[in-house]
Design a protein around this ligand. Structure first.
Ligand code: HEC
Ligand code: HEC
Ligand code: HEC
Length: 329
């Protein structure tokens, strides 16, 4: 018995020494050109597949994935955040991206085998040790659904074309003046407010993966100029029909309740008090009031307090009323 134990200890020691030698003397070849040893790719991919299946979120929180505005937003994000590795549908990958190990599959192949909730998990979390990045900020699984909507449209062969590459304010307009629903209008906002928000997105104080990506492809010195041009713009996407009950929203917004302050005390167009909400997108307002209520957004203490006690029904009514107003009022 003692001899068996000693032999086991000796073998374990030999194994550790071997591993230490591989690490210390650089014996393992990390060359991407050498690829993986036979069987390793299979092992890694099976681990990946089962790990995703175990952790994918429930579809209960998903917005309708066939919403054309959501798909267009996902396409806009994909164009600058994903296409340089996975290419646009139907196009070839850059030779250097295709030489990665593992290589990013062309996007039609990448989406083929996954359910929408699994795609959500992959895009939010990324895949360790592969080069597949996670979402740039935490706690914003809500905005990952836009990318999932676009990926599902690819699966169905119904993906819209990606927006043409553009620069400066033209780039911002590909989303803000073309897409309604989840994308806010900027033409109703002041240049100062827009510039402040760009700073908050760039530092992550206002967490959004979509806007973090967008501000990272323009220069910081250009924020003020972009803000001025966008605030002076007269183009907004075609508004959708209002879904909620605006009348209940008007009372609440103007008078408040015991728990909720009157919104119009601050959101009345006066400089420095709060952004104009008149004519803003209903879907965007509802989504963002929830982000404040849940504390995902915390970048203004007064607004955080104002949203804390809102119910779902109050949020729907407020969003409907503000969205129904003429932005000139
Ligand atoms: C730097 C390159 C890179 C970028 C940028 C990138 N990916 Fe990937 N992606 C990869 C690699 C590499 C894999 C392969 C992982 C594997 O097969 O183990 C991958 C895997 C995937 C998969 C799973 C495919 C499969 O079955 O293996 C999906 C879906 C995906 N990416 C979507 C996206 C989306 C959407 C974006 C943008 C938000 C994106 N990727 C950005 C490199 C990238
Ligand atoms: C891919 C689409 C897309 C692009 C491109 C884009 N945006 Fe955005 N933008 C969004 C979305 C979605 C939001 C909401 C983000 C959030 O959850 O806070 C947003 C929010 C904003 C806000 C906050 C508005 C508010 O009411 O508080 C500003 C300001 C803004 N974007 C400016 C810009 C500027 C400037 C550019 C160009 C550099 C730009 N955006 C490019 C999609 C986009
Ligand atoms: C005490 C002042 C105050 C009150 C009351 C207030 N807000 Fe705000 N709100 C603000 C400020 C300030 C901001 C801008 C924060 C920033 O700098 O980004 C804001 C931001 C917002 C935004 C923008 C969020 C975005 O993501 O684009 C919405 C929507 C909003 N408020 C809705 C409301 C509603 C609805 C009410 C009433 C229930 C309300 N607010 C009450 C001050 C207030």
């Amino acid at each position: 018995m003692r001899a068996v134990l000693l032999t086991l200890v000796f073998l374990a020691g030999l194994g550790l020494a071997g591993a230490a030698a591989v690490v210390t003397f650089g014996l393992y070849n990390v060359s991407a050109q050498a690829g993986h040893l036979p069987g390793v790719s299979w092992l890694l991919h099976t681990t990946f597949r089962n790990s995703v299946a175990l952790r994918a979120p429930s579809m209960e929180d998903a917005p309708p994935l066939d919403d054309p505005d959501l798909i267009a937003l996902g396409a806009g994000h994909y164009a600058t955040a994903c296409a340089f590795c996975h290419a646009a549908p139907g196009e070839a990958r850059a030779a250097t991206a295709a030489a990665m190990v593992p290589a990013p599959p062309p996007i039609e192949e990448a989406v083929a085998q996954w359910e929408p909730n699994e795609l959500h998990w992959i895009v939010e979390n990324g895949v360790k040790m592969t080069g597949m990045p996670g979402w740039p900020v935490e706690e914003r699984g809500d905005e990952v659904w836009a990318v999932v909507a676009y990926l599902v449209a690819i699966q169905n062969g119904q993906a819209p074309k990606l927006p043409e590459a553009s620069e400066g304010v033209a780039y911002c307009r590909t989303c803000h003046e073309a897409i309604a629903g989840p994308v806010p209008r900027l033409d109703i906002l002041s240049a100062t407010y827009i510039e402040d928000q760009l700073g908050l997105y760039a530092t992550g104080v206002r967490p959004s993966g979509i806007m973090a990506q967008a501000v990272s492809v323009v220069e910081r010195e250009d924020f003020a100029g972009l803000a001025r041009e966008l605030a002076a713009s007269t183009t907004a996407p075609t508004a959708r029909a209002i879904a909620g009950d605006g009348a209940a929203g008007e009372r609440l917004a103007k008078q408040g309740t015991r728990d909720v302050p009157a919104c119009t005390a601050c959101h009345n167009g006066e400089a420095g008090k709060g952004p104009v909400l008149h004519g803003q997108s209903e879907a965007y307002l509802a989504q963002h009031l929830k982000l404040w209520r849940e504390g995902t957004y915390q970048h203004n203490a007064k607004m955080l307090a104002a949203a804390r006690d809102l119910s779902d029904a109050e949020i729907a009514a407020l969003a409907a009323w503000f969205a129904s107003l003429n932005s000139e009022e």
